[in-house]
Design a protein around this ligand. Sequence first.
Ligand code: FE
Length: 239
Amino acid sequence: MTTTRRDLLTGALTAAGATVSPRLSEATPADHDHDHDPGGDTQAAPSDPALRAKALESVLVAKGLVDRAALDAVVDAYEHQIGPRNGARVIARAWVDPAYKQRLLTNASAAIAELGFGGEEGECMVVVENTPRVHNLVVCTLCSCYPWPVLGLPPVWYKSAAYRARSVIDPRGVLKEFGLELEPEVEVRVWDSTAEVRYLVLPERPAGTGKLNEAQLAALVSRDAMVGVARVTSGPAEA
Ligand code: FE
């Protein structure tokens, strides 16, 4: 008889009184996205993170070590309260306040904290500025490191193996697939976020927005522009 890690996890989960839904049971290695395993093939490793997290949560709750309501509050905070609107406020402030922009480019963590944002997954931030000659693109080649306090949780494509690999090998091709075709004379700089340092792109302020106030400017700034896979346009942001 062979006992797999999945059997053990499933056993722990059901022993703790939880049920394994068919969807959870069918979790595939493709769901795996955040094992820090620089020595191995992280994408092919047999792992079921959703199942593992659920089993761990169930055991911790059953033992009275964590409060399920507290966990729900954390998830709710990152899903609904913290997100790219925070980053958009940072960008808009930089566009209207040159002194703030300077602080943002020299000590991003402190400047972002001035607006009340910071903390876990955003302790050490670096902001890189797009100009007519330079376009910045952010990736985490190892896994999915991302600045949560200003952008929320990373989108699925950011965590995909294709984005992580191809952003480094062929950034212009990746940008083209996102609908952003850069002029040949524009230099592309790719920044590899890690657990220690996370990057945020300061996009160019679009032309024709001179009369907009800070809040109106923030409404133009999309998540994708702050990762560097889009530019900011004078229309409303989609994300
Ligand atoms: Fe990562």
